[in-house]
Structure formats: C-alpha cells, structure tokens
Design a protein around this ligand. Structure first.
Ligand SMILES: CC/C=C\CC/C=C/CC(=O)SCCNC(=O)CCNC(=O)[C@H](O)C(C)(C)COP(=O)(O)OP(=O)(O)OC[C@H]1O[C@@H](n2cnc3c(N)ncnc32)[C@H](O)[C@@H]1OP(=O)(O)O
Length: 280
C-alpha cells in the first residue's frame, strides 16, 4: 500500500557535504498513494541515536513533506526494540567545535519543523524512546506506543538538564505538575504508565496495529478544512517555537558551555561506559 518512490529524500545536504559524511540513508519515506499519508522511518542502527546526519535527514524529509502538501505523517523506527535512544552522545563527547555547533542548530531546526508542521503528525513508538526520542514523540500531535517499552525525559538522571524547549514540549503534553515530577526525577515511564499520565494516547499490539491506528487518527482530518486546522494547531504551538527562534543563539551558547564543561565530559564518559557495561 505504501510506495517507497513517491517522495525522494535528499540525503546529502550542504551541511553533510561540508563534513564529508557518507551518503548512508538514515531515513526512509514511503507515501500511501491513496491517502497521501507518509511513513517516515528512522533507520540508523542500532538505536537511532540522533547524530547530525540523522537529524539533518529527518528535517529534510519533514520539510519535503510540507512542500508536497502531504495529508499526514507517521514517524516510526526500523528497529524492533528502540524508537530512538535520543541524542547521539558521541556528538557531545570530546566534540569537534564546528560540528557540535551545527549539531545543536540542526536539532533546534528539526524541532521547530516537526512541532510546527501543518500536516497531522503521529508517532508510532515501536520501541524505547528516552530523552531526544521522547522529544520527537511529544512533538507529534498523537502518540501510539507498543507495550513493554519506556519513554521519558531522563536527562537529570544523566546529570544534565533538558533544554527549555524540551521542557515546554513536555509541559504542553502532560501539564505542569506531571511534567515537573517527570523532569525532576528524570522518569522513564513504561507504556502503561505513559498512557495513564497522558504522555501517549493509545497502546497498539504491534507496529502494524500502530500504523493502522495512526492512519485512523489522521483520517479524522479528511473532513476538516486544512487551513483552520493548521491555524488552530499553531495558535497552541507557535509561542514556544517563536521563543526558540528568537533565542536560538543564546540556547546554542548555553549548550556549548555545558557540553564543553570538563564535568559534563567526565559524566558523558562514565555514562558511555555504563551503557557498554550493561551488555557485559
Ligand atoms: C551535555 C549535553 C547537554 C545538554 C543536552 C541535553 C539533552 C539531551 C537529550 C538526549 O537525548 S541525551 C541522550 C540520552 N539517551 C539515553 O539516555 C539513552 C541511552 N541508551 C539506552 O538507554 C539504551 O541504549 C536503549 C534503551 C535505548 C536501548 O537498549 P539496547 O537495545 O539494550 O541497546 P544497547 O544499550 O546495547 O545500545 C546499543 C549500542 O548503542 C549505543 N548507544 C545507546 N544509546 C546511545 C546514545 N544515546 N548515543 C550514543 N550511543 C548510544 C550503546 O552504547 C551500544 O553501543 P555498543 O558500541 O556497545 O554496541
């Protein structure tokens, strides 16, 4: 039902050429010929950690869908157990200064594009979704998750602080009180807990079921004129988008200061080691 050829995702932006990246394709876009709904699949093995290339390719894919006036977008993962492990810690550990700067600016850009896209957006969360993975999910309008996975903004557990726009997105999704509890604890919710707290909207039994439920959600907008729909969405979301747009440089400088702090570097080193030791 979904043809893989209708939309061509540009995999090499100028940014990537500048950093001499390979042309690996970390994002697949397939569009349902009948409904016009696109499935955007992250496919950066093993855990879809968000490095500069994946972030840039996602942003390009979402902008292409906007230009092509797609009817709806479902964001999902090619992995069977991870939606996205969040930001690629290797981008922040002993970083190249020009690259890490570009990494953060690209992340800001991706969030503003996804959070403010005119088309209906659904996250089909078919695996764990910590930190940046949770941000991507929350930036969509609707979330459907498979059982036995976890989702949340766990930054404080790592000794780091979620940026203000991550916080705003969570507050807008689950409300002040629940966001405060979740953020301060760095809480990772199970699927069942996420449903209870309103972090997700539905539980699906399989990826196919999640896609079917997402199609059904998007289908509801077939009879709603697109312009009033988009304006209503943006009335709710544009304040936070504009805040980041106006403070992009400040936000970047705050990130660079934290990332270049030797204490942060030590923390990231220990965290990377702990991830590797989990396997041993
Ligand atoms: C200084 C920064 C200041 C401000 C920024 C604030 C914002 C931060 C937002 C973020 O997104 S920070 C990233 C937070 N992410 C996490 O805490 C998730 C860490 N990963 C996991 O918990 C698990 O990997 C998983 C539950 C997602 C999946 O578990 P599993 O399927 O068992 O896979 P493995 O743990 O074996 O991982 C496979 C492989 O991938 C590496 N890896 C995992 N996550 C990341 C990551 N976020 N960045 C880079 N690499 C990651 C892991 O080390 C393994 O590598 P091997 O070489 O051992 O195969």
């Amino acid at each position: 039902m979904y043809s893989r050829t209708m939309l061509k995702v540009r995999t090499l932006s100028n940014n990537l050429k500048m950093y001499g990246s390979t042309s690996s394709n970390f994002v697949n876009v397939s569009v349902n010929d009948k409904s016009g709904v696109a499935i955007v699949t992250m496919q950066r093995e093993p855990v879809n950690s968000l490095n500069l290339e994946l972030i840039t390719q996602l942003k390009t894919a979402l902008s292409d869908l906007e230009r092509n006036k797609c009817r709806g977008m479902i964001l999902t993962s090619a992995s069977k157990s991870v939606f996205s492990a969040g930001l690629d810690i290797m981008e922040m550990y002993k970083p190249n200064q020009e690259r890490v700067r570009n990494f953060w600016l690209s992340l800001q850009d991706l969030w503003m594009t996804l959070y403010g896209c005119s088309y209906p957006s659904v996250a089909a969360i078919n695996g764990h979704s910590p930190a940046g993975g949770c941000l991507l999910s929350m930036s969509c309008e609707y979330r459907i998750m498979l059982p036995n996975f976890t989702i949340g903004l766990n930054e404080t557990k790592l000794g780091i602080i979620a940026p203000s726009w991550f916080v705003a997105t969570m507050k807008n999704t689950i409300g002040f009180r629940k966001a405060e509890m979740a953020l301060t604890l760095g809480f990772l919710f199970t699927t069942e807990e996420a449903l209870k707290v309103g972090l997700i909207d539905e539980v699906a039994s399989s990826k196919e079921d999640a896609i079917a439920k997402a199609d059904k959600f998007i289908g509801q907008f077939a009879k709603i004129p697109p312009q009033p729909r988009t304006i209503s969405k943006l009335m709710l979301r544009s304040k936070d988008i504009e805040t980041l747009r106006k403070t992009k440089e400040q936000d970047l400088q705050a990130f660079l200061q934290v990332v270049n702090d030797p204490k942060t570097q030590k923390g990231l080193e220990l965290y990377l080691e702990s991830l590797k030791q989990r396997k041993a």
